[in-house]
Design a protein around this ligand. Structure first.
Ligand code: GAR
Length: 200
């Protein structure tokens, strides 16, 4: 039988997406979450990895930006795709050139709106509410060397009501992420049709 396609998830914080992706593929014979890498010492994603029984490794900013330590580990483990699940460092050139079109990111907004440096996590939802947007959503894309740019694979939408707080928006976004991120990863790497959002 063919070997499974191996994913490494990179995360910086809580790790709900990392957990959802790992659980989605837990019984898959074709796709395996092999490793979770995090870049903040106290990131809760490390605890989630432990609970899931997935190996996790911490690398600091220096490791990522000034060395090949991360790249060497990914090569050693024969990783096929890198998944950015709330990873807040700009992906360095050595990883980009070793994994062309094989690094997938999720952003909690409808890019190109609310993207770029400093636009991440709750900052995005606060800006969406402050600008009285009537809708927002998620974007899943293949990355290039800029923050939140590259080829869009998928977007899903949700309504923003006038009474919604940034926390309310965050909750809606997390539901979209849970529903679609693992499925979009699967569709992309197995070359299958993307999911569609029915209840816009
Ligand atoms: C997610 O909402 C993800 O879309 C966002 O960070 C959150 C991480 O949550 N990513 C970005 O803002 C990237 N620019 P999690 O750690 O619970 O998965």
């Amino acid at each position: 039988m063919d070997k499974p396609i191996k994913l490494a998830i990179l995360a910086s914080g809580n790790g709900t997406n990392a957990q959802q992706i790992s659980e989605y593929f837990a019984n898959s014979k074709t796709v395996k979450v092999d490793l979770i890498i995090y870049n903040k010492r106290d990131a809760y994603v490390a605890k989630r990895a432990e609970n899931l029984g997935i190996e996790s490794r911490y690398f600091n900013r220096h490791d990522f930006l000034e060395t090949d330590n991360v790249l060497n580990l990914l090569k050693e483990r024969n990783i096929d795709y890198i998944i950015l699940a709330g990873f807040l460092l700009l992906v360095p050139e050595n990883l980009l050139s070793a994994f062309p079109n094989h690094i997938i990111n999720i952003h909690p907004a409808l890019l190109p709106k609310y993207g770029g440096k400093g636009m991440y996590g709750h900052h995005v939802h606060e800006a969406v509410v402050a600008n009285h947007e009537s809708e927002t959503g998620i974007t899943i894309h293949v990355i290039d060397h800029r923050y939140d740019c590259g080829t869009t694979l998928f977007q899903a939408y949700c309504k923003v009501l006038p009474i919604d707080t940034a926390d309310d928006v965050a909750a809606k976004i997390h539901l979209l992420e849970k529903e679609f991120f693992p499925r979009v990863i699967e569709s992309y790497i197995l070359n299958r049709p993307m999911p569609t959002q029915h209840d816009k």
